[in-house]
Design a protein around this ligand. Structure first.
Ligand code: ZN
Length: 533
C-alpha cells in the first residue's frame, strides 16, 4: 500500500527562484514524484486553488537546542511553516559540558536557550541520543558551539588556549562533527569567546578542513567596526580553509547605518568574486535581541561571571563597571555607546519587583527608578536577577535590512531565542510569515519567488542538504500551502507571544502536520545528521 498525496490547482513556487506556475503535485511515500498535470485521484487529494504551494521553510539559525526537549515544542515553529530547523548557533550549545563548569554554562545559556538543569547529557553523542529518544515535531540539526567547547575546556578564563587545551577543544569539535554537526558556530561578542584570538579560532576551525563543516559566525562587532569584524572572520575562514556563513548580518547603531554596511558588502563581494565561499543571513526586523550581560565590560566580568554579578551590590564594583563603560576597553564593542542606552529595552526579567522595567529603555528606567545613572540601574537589575536579563536593541535601519534582503547570497533566518521570557523578540513566532507579509506583500521589496528561495533551497544548499528545499521529483515532500493574504505573523514587540496564523497546510515527508492553522501531529520530524558527517 503506497501513501499517495495529490495537490491540485496550486500556484507552485518551487523554491528555486523561478517564476511560479499553476499545476498539480503528486507525492508518494513522502517523496515528490510528479509536477505539472497529475492524472488519477487515488490517495488523498487537496484542492489548493488560489493558494501557494512551496517547500517547507528551513531555519538554519534558531536557539531551540533545549526547547526541543520540552513540552509544546513544534507549535510555534510549524505554524510559521518551519519544517527543518538548526540549533547550536552563535557559539551556544548545551554540550559539551564539563561537571566543573556545568552550572556556569547553564546560567550563561539560560537567557537564550532556556534552562536544562534536569538534563544529564554532557557530550554531543549523549545530546543526540536524548533528541532521538523523543518524538520531534519537525526535523532538527545542530552546529557545535565554540562557547560551549571553550567553557568545557577552560571555563570562563580569559587566558589563551595552551597547546593541550587547543588539542582538547579540537577533539571536542571532532566529536560533534562525528555526531552530525553542520560545523562550528562562534559568538565572538560573548564572554568567554571574545577572549579568543583570530589564530586560536582558526586553529580550532581547521578541524573542518576538507569539507567537513562550515563556520557560522556571530561576529566580534556589528556596529561601527563591522568591516573589521568581517575581515576577521574572512581571515579565520581562509586560514582554516572552510566555508563561511555570516550570521544575522546587519549594521547596528546609527553611526554604522548605510556607509559601513555598504563598505562591508563591497568587501564580501570582492572575496566572493575571488572564489571564496561566503554567504550571509538575516532576520526581517529592525531590532535585535540579546542579553544584558553583553552590555557589561569584559574587564569587569573577568573576575568570573558569578562573582562579578554577585558583587554588583557594592559601590566600588559599580564604580569599576561605570569607569569601563565610560572609557571603553580596547577590542570591546561597548554597546552602551555604539547602540546607546536610549535604544536598549529591558525585555525579560523574572522577579515581580522588576516587572515594572519591562518594555522601557534603560534610560527611561534610570529616570523612573531614581538611580544615579545607567551603570547603577543596570548593576542593581543584574544583581537582583542574578545576571539573567534579556534586552531588545533598537539598532538597525529598515533601508539596510532591505539592502541585505536584496543580496542574491542572503538567506532568511529567525535567530529565535527560547529563554524563559515575558517579552521574547517577535522573530520567535513570526520571522518567516513576516518576511512574506512585510517584504513581499506590503512593501514589495522582493518577489514572492525570491523570498521563498531565501527560506528554502538557498538554505538547503548552504547546509549541503540535497533531499529538501525544492519542489522537484525525488525531493522530500516537505511542503506548505497558504493564501498570501491570510498567512501572517501576529507578534509585535509590544505583544510578542502570538502564533503565526493562516497556514492552510504543512507536510513533512508527505505527512500532514498542520491543517487550517492547527497542528495535526507532533511526531513528523527527527534529529538528523549533516550529510557531511
Ligand atoms: Zn548571534
Amino acid at each position: 500500500m503506497t501513501d499517495r498525496l495529490i495537490i491540485r490547482n496550486a500556484f507552485m513556487v518551487d523554491g528555486s527562484g523561478s517564476p511560479g506556475y499553476k499545476g498539480d503535485l503528486l507525492a508518494q511515500d513522502g517523496i515528490i514524484r510528479e509536477l505539472g498535470i497529475v492524472s488519477g485521484s487515488l490517495g488523498s487529494v487537496i484542492d489548493a486553488k488560489g493558494k501557494i504551494l512551496c517547500p517547507g521553510f528551513i531555519d538554519m539559525h534558531r536557539h531551540c537546542d533545549v526547547a526541543a526537549l520540552k513540552e509544546g515544542f513544534g507549535k510555534l515553529e510549524l505554524l510559521q511553516g518551519i519544517t527543518t530547523c538548526v540549533a547550536g548557533n552563535c557559539g551556544m550549545s548545551p554540550v559539551p559540558n564539563a561537571p566543573r563548569y556545568r552550572a556556569q554554562l547553564q546560567n550563561y545559556l539560560a537567557p537564550c536557550l532556556g534552562t536544562f538543569e534536569n538534563e544529564t547529557f554532557s557530550t554531543h553523542r549523549e545530546y543526540a541520543e536524548r533528541l532521538r529518544s523523543i518524538l520531534l515535531p519537525l526535523d532538527m540539526f545542530f552546529f557545535a558551539g565554540m562557547g560551549a567547547i571553550r567553557i568545557a575546556v577552560k571555563g570562563f578564563s580569559s587566558a589563551p588556549f595552551t597547546s593541550g587545551e587547543l588539542k582538547a577543544a579540537r577533539s571536542l569539535l571532532q566529536d560533534a562533527l562525528d555526531e552530525g554537526a553542520f560545523g562550528l558556530s562562534i559568538g565572538l561578542m560573548y564572554v568567554p569567546e571574545l577572549y579568543s584570538s583570530t589564530e586560536e579560532i582558526a586553529a580550532l576551525a581547521s578541524v573542518m578542513k576538507g569539507g567537513r563543516g562550515i563556520l557560522c559566525t556571530h561576529m566580534r562587532w556589528e556596529t561601527e567596526k563591522l568591516l573589521l569584524a568581517v575581515r576577521e572572520v574572512i581571515d579565520i575562514a581562509k586560514k582554516a580553509e572552510v566555508p563561511l556563513e555570516i550570521s544575522h548580518f546587519k549594521a547596528a547603531g546609527v553611526k554604522a547605518w548605510g556607509r559601513v554596511l555598504h563598505e562591508t558588502i563591497d568587501l564580501i563581494e570582492a572575496e566572493r568574486a575571488k572564489g571564496m565561499d561566503i554567504t550571509v543571513d538575516f532576520y526581517p526586523y529592525d531590532c535585535g535581541s540579546s542579553t544584558m550581560m553583553q552590555m557589561l565590560p569584559p574587564g569587569y566580568l573577568s573576575m568570573g561571571i558569578e562573582e562579578a554579578i554577585a558583587g554588583l551590590d557594592k559601590s566600588e564594583n559599580i564604580q569599576k563597571m561605570r569607569k569601563l563603560l565610560t572609557e571603553g576597553e580596547p577590542g570591546w564593542d561597548n554597546l552602551s555607546k555604539t547602540i546607546g542606552w536610549d535604544r536598549t529595552v529591558v525585555s525579560s526579567v523574572s522577579l515581580p519587583e522588576n516587572q515594572q522595567w519591562w518594555g522601557l529603555t534603560v534610560m527611561e528606567c534610570v529616570k523612573e527608578s531614581g538611580a544615579a545613572d545607567e551603570a547603577e540601574f543596570v548593576a542593581r537589575l543584574m544583581h537582583s536577577e542574578k545576571g539573567k536579563v534579556a534586552i531588545i536593541n533598537r539598532s538597525m535601519s529598515q533601508e539596510d535590512i532591505d539592502t541585505i534582503a536584496g543580496l542574491p547570497y542572503s538567506s532568511l533566518i529567525s535567530d529565535a531565542l527560547y529563554g524563559d521570557m515575558k517579552g521574547p523578540h517577535p522573530r520567535l513566532t513570526g520571522a518567516f510569515p513576516r518576511f512574506l507579509r512585510d517584504f513581499v506583500r506590503d512593501r514589495k521589496v522582493l518577489s514572492l519567488e525570491t523570498a521563498i528561495r531565501k527560506m528554502t533551497s538557498q538554505n538547503a544548499a548552504r547546509l549541503g542538504l540535497t533531499d529538501r528545499g525544492l519542489l522537484a521529483p525525488g525531493r522530500r515532500a516537505d511542503m506548505l500551502i497558504f493564501d498570501t493574504g491570510e498567512f501572517r505573523d501576529t507578534s509585535t514587540f509590544l505583544t510578542p507571544t502570538g502564533h503565526a496564523e493562516g497556514l492552510s497546510y504543512a507536510f513533512i515527508n508527505g505527512r500532514k502536520v498542520v491543517e487550517n492553522g492547527r497542528l495535526t501531529r507532533g511526531d513528523g520530524g527527527a534529529v538528523l545528521a549533516s550529510p557531511r558527517a
